[in-house]
Design a protein around this ligand. Structure first.
Ligand code: ADP
Ligand code: MG
Length: 253
């Protein structure tokens, strides 16, 4: 759905990290944020998720017109926001299948019919080309990096959020795992779903083609464009955009 970030300023330990971020992701679109390390990309995602160590100094994040920054983090999920890194925990004794059922119940507030759940699960596993035995594994216990990422996408397919925030979902994935992840994300494409993907490289965007690419430097979006912007970045590196950012005076808080 429609996500609008308006003049967002966020600090950590009294240091301003985000300095006036403006970004609009309309319903049905996929946007990407790229940028050099340490410039606030993950901070943006975590602030939207409601991580406690991030202080919102100013601004709002409107999701279908509601400022999600004023909601409790679990309420943000109930509103249909999906944060791909939200459940990295190992839960002893909880299988993937049970966790998915509990997560759907928490999101919808309703009991999940077993047959409906099973049908949906079968379809999601098919999209991800994954064996059914997978869901009997204990959540995150001994998962490889690639399996964790793939499991995040399985969760997304099962929870059917209307907006997904993905932070470096491609990091540490080999090309086959990357294609599977992309297949899962692309299967979500619809007029009622939109996504914001943070990535350091163009590789992911070859498989999940974004409607727009934004570049973040020093806590601000310094350039936006179409998918060709990612290709340009790959070719030229980040130095030209860093120089451009340095020449644009930062807004005062
Ligand atoms: N929990 C934290 N405590 C202190 N500083 C942090 C924390 N998280 C991020 N930072 C700092 O905020 C800046 C932006 O980090 P981050 O948002 O992770 O960048 P990116 O994702 O673009 O690589 C960095 O200088 C980083 O050191
Ligand atoms: Mg990061």
């Amino acid at each position: 759905m429609n996500l609008e970030i308006k003049d967002l300023w966020v600090s950590i330990d009294n240091e301003m990290i985000l300095k006036g971020v403006n970004l609009h992701v309309p319903a049905g679109q996929f946007h990407a944020i790229m940028g050099p390390n340490g410039n606030g990309k993950s901070t943006l995602v975590k602030a939207i998720a409601g991580a406690p160590e991030y202080t919102i100094e100013r601004g709002e994040v409107l999701y279908n017109g509601v400022n999600v920054l004023e909601l409790e983090p679990d309420e943000r999920a109930r509103q249909g926001l999906y944060l791909a890194f939200q459940y990295p925990v190992e839960i002893p004794g909880v299988t993937v299948a049970n966790f998915l059922r509990l997560a759907i119940q928490a999101r919808t507030g309703k009991e999940v019919e077993f047959m409906d759940f099973y049908k949906k699960l079968t379809r999601a596993l098919e999209i991800l080309d994954w064996d059914e035995s997978w869901v009997n594994r204990y959540l995150n216990q001994g998962f490889s990096g690639g399996e964790k990422k793939r499991n995040e996408i399985l969760q997304m397919l099962m929870l059917e959020p209307s907006f997904a925030l993905m932070d470096e979902t491609d990091s540490g994935l080999d090309i086959d795992a990357l294609k599977v992840v992309a297949k899962g994300v692309n299967a979500m494409r619809s007029a009622n779903f939109s996504a914001l993907m943070i990535t350091h490289y163009n590789r992911l965007l070859e498989f999940i083609v974004p409607d727009m690419v934004h570049i973040m430097v020093d806590g601000r979006i310094v350039k936006s464009g179409g998918k060709e912007l990612a290709v340009e970045l790959e070719a030229n590196g980040y130095e030209p955009v860093k120089a451009m950012a340095a020449s644009q005076p930062a807004a005062a808080f």
